[in-house]
Design a protein around this ligand. Structure first.
Ligand code: PRP
Ligand code: URA
Length: 216
């Protein structure tokens, strides 16, 4: 079904059946921590397959058992994965499975429970970050505040070629992020209906950090 973001070329809402199936398992309140964690990584890997479609290739010489030929390998730009703590960490291994040589930075953010305003508490990025293609991960894009601020931190430190990957987005957060950072490609596993009065995504999956790390 068409949505308000259909014409925005920077937003990719992935509708692959495997991703949708796994998101349904994530939503289920009876899905336990171990399965939840596994699913988040699997979804990140499937999303990464799409988000990395533009990786540059270069031909190298290779000798098969039959003959010598030229064949492509991943070229050029160095990669960085930057999870937004805590929940973004749950997606890191899935993308590292595709990009084992990527460097990993970390940005710590938490939302104030009353105001829903994000606060940052940690930032450590590969240095220099300006040379790298960056994937920022966070399973949940709710108001968009955490993602907007995290990407601003990265840009302030020189980061330029940035993609953002989330498993579930609310329309409110997707709108906010796309407006704040129109140069960032955004990959979404599923676009949900809306935020509730506590700025939780509906139907959503609850608190992603608590479900990944078993803290509630
Ligand atoms: C969650 C989630 C995002 C943020 C999304 O993190 O992982 O970072 O909320 O909300 P927003 O779009 O309204 O900013 P949370 O603040 O709960 O921290 P946690 O990952 O440490 O649990
Ligand atoms: N953060 C989460 O983990 N879940 C939501 O629904 C909103 C913000």
């Amino acid at each position: 079904m068409a949505n308000e973001f259909a014409d925005n070329k920077n937003i990719m809402i992935l509708d692959h059946p495997l991703i949708q199936h796994k998101i349904t398992r994530l939503r289920d309140k009876n899905t336990g921590t171990a399965e939840f964690r596994k699913l988040v990584n699997e979804i990140a890997m499937l999303m990464g397959y799409e988000a990395l479609r533009d990786l540059e290739l270069t031909d190298i010489d290779v000798e098969t058992p039959i003959e010598k030929c030229k064949s492509p390998v991943i070229a050029g730009r160095k990669q960085a994965i930057i999870p937004i703590l805590r929940a973004g960490l749950g997606m890191t291994d899935g993308i590292l499975a595709l990009l084992p040589t990527a460097k990993v930075g970390h940005i710590g953010m938490y939302r104030d429970e009353e105001t829903h305003i994000p606060h940052s508490y940690y930032c450590k990025l590969p240095d220099p970050i300006s040379e790298r293609s960056i994937i920022v991960t966070d399973p949940m894009l709710a108001t968009g505040g955490s993602a907007v601020d995290a990407i601003r931190f990265i840009k302030d430190r020189g980061g330029r070629k940035i993609k953002f990957m989330c498993i579930i987005a609310a329309p409110e957060g997707l709108r906010t992020l796309a407006e704040a950072h129109p140069d960032v490609n955004i990959y979404v596993g599923h676009l949900d209906r809306e935020l509730n009065e506590n700025a939780y995504i509906c139907p959503g999956l609850g608190d992603a950090g608590d479900r990944i790390f078993g803290t509630k």
